[in-house]
Ligand binder design. Structure first.
Ligand SMILES: [Zn+2]
Length: 400
């Protein structure tokens, strides 16, 4: 069982947060804190964010190691989640193929970007975290803009394809040919190759100090690219661990539960034979304590465990201000059911909860696009099925 809990690297409340982390471990809520580092490059010259964050990581480690807890790091932003930066670094941004505009995320082919993250990972490794998790902004073709067509990317594509496309002509070609077209497939391969190479540079930064650190990748919502980045970032000899993209941050109602289950089932199928371990994305919205009930979070976690996942990245702590009691309900329900959670691998083999995922998988195709289309029809059916037959949900109903 792999149980992580996202926590803030807050130098002004080290004692309080570390006491809470120890409590989470002692009560079986989560074994490892994931300190959230926003490392997307900013400033000119670029700020040394890693040095500042790692100074706090060292304080946490000093306090937690005697209790047998080695913190881990969540690299919450690297390429970028597209939100605007106050002081963007002078590095290549992703260029939208549609219109040539730059979006507020970095191109993974930029050598300065790669070298920045080599140094960042090297600095993190010097603080010896137990694991480093890359968030799902590590994506390129899976973005709505469909990859990057900066000059470097365009030149690389033309070189490998033997063509002389401009951005306009290539985009016109891509949007007028099927996905099975050789040139369309080559475009996606070239884009993904550059992302994988960038992740390999990040991993090399860790390896230059400590090759044993576990690397973890977060699957993006469209399931692309992580199948290739996760084995590269895991580290030699380590299990390939991915975090599923089945976050339901602020569920509008309980019927939404089927969508949560559908996404974890899809990812379990997609990553069979690629990932050794898949963990759930049980996140509550971190900046709205009323966004997700503790019972929904627990049902979310239980459902995905019964469907074969092997842990979770919990986000049960308010980060934008010091307010530990706002996560108390999450801690209580996860702690009360810690024994049940630890025994869930045995239940996976016997309970109807597994059948929910199996039936989902039998009805859906491997491609995320198809799943999204079919989900419209499946949603009501799966909801009815879950509520009538799933032991996971009977458990939820009993708890409720
Ligand atoms: Zn580019």
């Amino acid at each position: 069982m792999y149980l992580y809990s996202v926590m803030p690297p807050d130098a002004s409340h080290v004692e309080e947060y570390c006491a809470d982390i120890i409590r989470q471990r002692d009560e079986g809520i989560a074994d490892t804190p994931l300190l959230m580092f926003e490392l997307i490059p900013e400033g000119e010259p670029v700020f040394d964010k890693a040095a500042e964050f790692c100074r706090v990581l060292d304080l946490y480690s000093e306090r937690l190691l005697p209790h047998g807890i080695r913190p881990a790091v969540l690299v919450q932003s690297s390429l970028g989640h597209v939100y605007e930066l106050d002081e963007p670094a002078a590095m290549q941004k992703i260029v939208a193929p549609q219109d040539g505009s730059e979006i507020s995320s970095y191109c993974p082919l930029d050598e300065n970007f790669r070298q920045y993250f080599y140094r960042v990972m090297q600095r993190i490794a010097q603080s010896h975290p137990s694991a480093v998790m890359l968030d799902d902004d590590v994506r390129l073709i899976a973005r709505p803009v469909y990859g990057c067509m900066c000059d470097r990317h365009l030149a690389l594509f033309n070189e490998r394809a033997g063509t002389h496309h401009t951005r306009e002509s290539l985009y016109a070609y891509l949007t007028s040919h099927p996905k099975t077209d050789a040139l369309v497939q080559l475009y996606e391969t070239v884009e993904t190759d550059t992302l994988v190479d960038c992740v390999a540079v990040m991993r090399a930064g860790l390896d230059s100090v400590d090759p044993t650190i576990q690397g973890i990748c977060c699957v993006n919502a469209r399931c692309w690219e992580t199948d290739r980045t996760a084995p590269v970032f895991a580290g030699k000899g380590n299990p390939v661990i991915v975090r599923a993209a089945n976050g339901t941050y602020a569920p509008p109602d309980v019927l939404n539960f089927s969508d949560t289950m559908r996404r974890s089932a899809t990812i379990r199928q997609k990553f069979a034979g690629i990932a050794d371990v898949i963990i759930a994305e049980t996140d509550a919205i971190p900046y709205n304590r009323y966004g997700k009930s503790a019972r929904y979070l627990h049902a979310h976690f239980t459902g995905t465990l019964l469907d074969g996942l092997q842990g979770a990245k919990h986000w049960i702590t308010r980060l934008n201000e010091f307010a530990l009691p706002s996560g108390e309900a999450y801690r209580r329900i996860l702690g009360e059911n810690a024994g049940f959670i630890r025994r869930s691998p045995r239940l996976q083999r016997t309970c109807n909860g597994a059948a929910v995922g199996s039936r989902c998988r039998a009805r859906i195709r491997a491609s995320a696009e198809t799943v999204i289309l079919q989900h419209v029809c499946l949603n009501a059916w799966v909801s009815r099925f879950i509520f009538r037959h799933s032991r996971a949900v009977r458990y939820l109903q009993t708890a409720t």
